[in-house]
Design a protein around this ligand. Structure first.
Ligand SMILES: Nc1ncnc2c1ncn2[C@@H]1O[C@H](COP(=O)(O)OP(=O)(O)OP(=O)(O)O)[C@@H](O)[C@H]1O
Ligand SMILES: [Mg+2]
Length: 120
């Protein structure tokens, strides 16, 4: 696990419990995507003066392009016993804060989920 913190002050008006839940959902997915081990990186940064960015990055198998649209839909899961609600919940939490949740993924290399939260 690598933690990369933002050098500047990063203060966003958020509901800490909800953000904790969203980041937890992303981190659980990252761990589950690397059953044989790998690197999980949590990276905090800011996008100019507008947004705080929390990136949860893994070195798992990535997400096939045809699935990338579906992973944020409720009940889409490729896991035995998965509810398919972890990402929709995280996305909803981001939306409710006026932010967003997006993913960049390169099949075979890993995934980078970005939680964007307005700074004010
Ligand atoms: N980091 C990731 N790497 C690869 N695939 C992922 C990753 N995160 C999510 N996915 C894909 O998106 C699907 C939906 O994720 P989501 O968190 O919504 O549900 P889940 O993890 O399957 O179930 P639950 O969150 O209830 O345990 C997963 O089943 C998986 O196919
Ligand atoms: Mg999940």
């Amino acid at each position: 696990l690598r933690l990369k913190k933002c050098p500047q002050e990063l203060v966003a008006p958020v509901d800490p419990k909800l953000i904790k839940q969203a980041v937890l959902n992303l981190m659980l997915n990252a761990v589950q995507a690397m059953p044989g081990g790998g690197e999980l990186m949590l990276c905090l940064s800011r996008n100019g003066t507008e947004d705080a960015l929390i990136d949860v990055i893994d070195t798992g198998p990535g997400i096939p392009p045809d699935a990338a649209e579906r992973i944020f839909q409720a009940y889409y899961s490729t896991k035995r016993g998965g509810t398919g609600l972890g990402l929709p919940m995280a996305k909803r939490i981001a939306d409710e804060h006026g932010g967003s949740l997006s993913v960049k993924s390169e099949p075979g290399k890993g995934s980078d989920f970005t939680l964007r939260l307005p700074l004010n």
